[in-house]
Design a binder for this molecule. Structure first.
Ligand code: GLU
Length: 226
């Protein structure tokens, strides 16, 4: 298992992500990482092998990573050793798509080969990076369309949090056979693997259905069926 937390809203996101991930430590993990965006500036990704404390130290408890929209992850390695390179978030090679993933993509090897044939380069050994690059491959300006196309092609289980470079302040999420919830408050919107991650910030929680896609902004949450 692993942990996912995402936040977009009025406040700095990195401290919220680190706090939420700490509440999911009980699920077990071997590395952690966050991706944070400040408005439409490029995403900043910080990752660390080992305890969350290492990531907290690297980011001065989140203070050194500026931005009000972000996703975070604690990884339990299934494909590729526990390492900083294999830790999430993963980024598409043109930096258009950033994602965190809980679960396993069973047909990732075939998909990876097809992407390599089309010129994609990979830096990690994970199935997750394949998922992120595949979303990038299908992305032509509409995140929902790209995500839906990918879901029709991947086999396996997933909870996903995704940022798109040209959709600042917005988080996309989807799940199949892995837990993922959404939270809302006057301060912003959240995703998380489990309720304790966001209890400090809100008690208004929604459960995402299997194969439902969610688009979250500070004051808006939209649910779509695949
Ligand atoms: N299969 C992915 C990986 O190995 C995600 C593992 C997880 O759920 O933490 O990176």
């Amino acid at each position: 298992m692993c942990g996912i937390v995402g936040y977009t809203g009025k406040n700095q996101s990195a401290p919220i992500l680190l706090n939420g991930l700490a509440r999911l430590e009980y699920r077990g993990y071997d590395s952690a990482g966050i991706a944070v965006r400040d408005g439409d500036s490029p995403v900043q990704v910080v990752k660390a092998k080992g305890r969350l404390k290492v990531l907290a130290e690297k980011t001065n408890d989140g203070q050194s990573v500026i931005g009000t929209c972000g996703i975070g992850h604690t990884r339990w390695a299934t494909h590729g050793e526990p390492s900083e390179t294999n830790a999430h978030p993963h980024i598409s090679d043109d930096y258009n798509v950033v994602g965190v993933h809980n679960g396993i993509i069973e047909n990732y090897q075939q998909l990876k080969q097809r992407l390599i044939n089309r010129g994609y380069k990979f830096v990690s050994d994970t199935d997750t990076e394949v998922l992120v690059q595949l979303i990038d491959y299908y992305y032509k300006g509409n995140p929902l369309e790209a995500i839906t196309k990918v879901l029709h092609r991947v086999e396996g289980s997933y909870a996903l949090g995704i940022l798109f470079a040209d959709h600042p302040e917005e988080i996309f999420a989807v799940r199949k056979d892995c837990p993922l919830i959404v939270g809302t408050s006057s301060e912003g919107s959240f995703i998380a693997s489990d309720v304790p991650a966001i209890l400090k910030y809100t008690r208004e929680v929604y459960y995402i259905d299997n194969q439902e896609v969610v688009a979250l902004k500070e004051n808006e949450i939209h649910f779509y069926t695949v």
